[in-house]
Design a protein around this ligand. Sequence first.
Ligand SMILES: [Zn+2]
Length: 658
Amino acid sequence: MAGAMSAMTFRPSAAAMTTAGMAAGGARQVPLFPQAPLMRQPFALLPAGSIKPSGWLLRQLHIQAAGLGGHLDEFWPIVGSDSGWSGGKGESWEDGPYFLDGLVPLAWQLDSPQLKAKAMRFIDWTLDHPWDNGMFGPRSNDDWWPRMVMLKVLTQYHELTGDVRVVPLMTRYFHYQLQAIPTRPLRDWGRMRWQDELVSVLWLYQRTHDAKLLELAHLLKQQGYDWQSMFAHFPFTRKTDADALRKQAGGNDVFMQDLGLQVHGVNNAQALKASPVWSVVSGRAADRDAVHHQLQMLDTYHGLPNGMFSADEHLAGRSPSQGTELCTVVETMFSLEVALAITGDAALGDRLERIAFNALPGALTDDMWAHQYNQQPNQVECSLHREPWTTDGPESNLFGLEPNFRCCTANFHQGWPKFTNSLWMATADQGLVAMSYAPCTVTTMVRDVPVIVEQASDYPFRQTVSIIVKPQRALAFPLQLRMPAWSQGTHIAVNGKPIQVTSGFTTIERTWAPGDTIEVSFNAEVKTERGYNGALSFSRGALVYALPIKENWVVWRKRGPTNDWQVYPGSRWNLGIAPDAHVAVSEHPIGDKPFAGAAPAVQLALQGRYVPAWKASEGSADPVPAEAESSTDEAPQSVTLVPYAGAKLRITAFPLLS
Ligand SMILES: [Zn+2]
């Protein structure tokens, strides 16, 4: 541990010293925008560390740190002391980098010496043990894929610390890869996920302007899977038929070939950034905008009311009894964060919030000590069943340490910390933009002047946001606010004076004096959406609502400091709702665990009637019956819906009463 502690001493790079806003503290760097020959983009993520969580978001990150996020390495050997990514003989593939991709930003956002020391065990080993040929990482494999994840870790770590070892290591690695991949090309996971490496290649190019990096960018595109073409003529409009795929592959492992990899959920999640990121190199607006069609195809054929698409673990159609993997949730979030900066499309921010505030906490216990591999919008039981998954195993919707497979155990950590880091971004006209409205403090440089922005809010549980702008001295710059499409009649005032609101983004141009205050009031009406078989689901603002089913938690097996759990229903759930049902909204205090179902911060009260014909089989609700099949003689029932994540057993999509 002594080595790890000494390495935490700040080592600013020469480049960081000249370009960073060092006066603002630590290794803080200024946001970098692509320059010619790269395509311009409207927004750029602020360097990691610029945004600190506050309010309920800080509590949520503390829960993550007190749960698996801060303790996984202590009892899970996969990322323990024998990890190949810290010089051991143990697991040497994607899990170490996955864990760090969330641990690194979390450690610095919480400014936790313990968590930083845990991260430095891996980072120091990685930076101090490159191969002679420029490769890095464990010597037991030369797979490009896990290194793509570690590059994401190193870029964040460099932004946080300015460590001088990062840029030379990445430069040598990319030079090595440039000469190696013509004969050892991208394959399987790396071939499908090339765009994630491109993010890191462009990150380095913006710092060194090394022309070889653009050569590598073109090679990655050339060897990588062409997602844009696949979605241009999207053939996967139904639930994946695993047996048919296996037959087509003629006895080979179809799920490691394009036939299977192109319908793989996590691959599709990561692919949502492919076109926007490539457009930065190609300069083509059509590439940049292809993400919209991609999302539209996923929504049309696999969309779920929690903002995600189904894939369990392959694309699974629109029935709300299908699942979505937790890795798919956090990778979709990261893709949207990157795509939002490049496209400047506010709708991607709406989508990001819906996933972050519903699907992400929905897959984890309130204390973040257990997670699901697959979550279902209509989740009536979490038990050992092979149905209804396309290809996943019987443990997939249990809450536990590593149900079904261990990837999500290591990978979910990036969700909240990276979301935190994308709450505000820099704008190309040297201003700032509020992308999402969770509570935080931004410390950055605007036009060479240190600026602090404090965003106080209980959004998404409440609809008002208060933003205090604190430039070091009076400073003119544009400040933009993302306007969620669901809010009609948003009210914005600066120091009490109303501002003209425009859809997409509202821009406020003024000379900001320290202490200027922006008050935003969104108008969140209860909205109904129609999905699979005409099913009704309810949202209000960024939150999706679900009928909570009484939960009976049963320990299935002990897993060190945590458990694997099955959850059985203790109340009726087969509720139908009339299209004109009256909904009453009530607000309640926001608990220490913001998303916990025991004390929901908002409730929707309405009436429905049970539909006896709607049953469950193999632990899952049968597909929601269509209106014509949902007749009932049952008496009306008063029920209460709660935010999606607060109900670990739930109905989110209701049959329409005939
Ligand atoms: Zn996973």
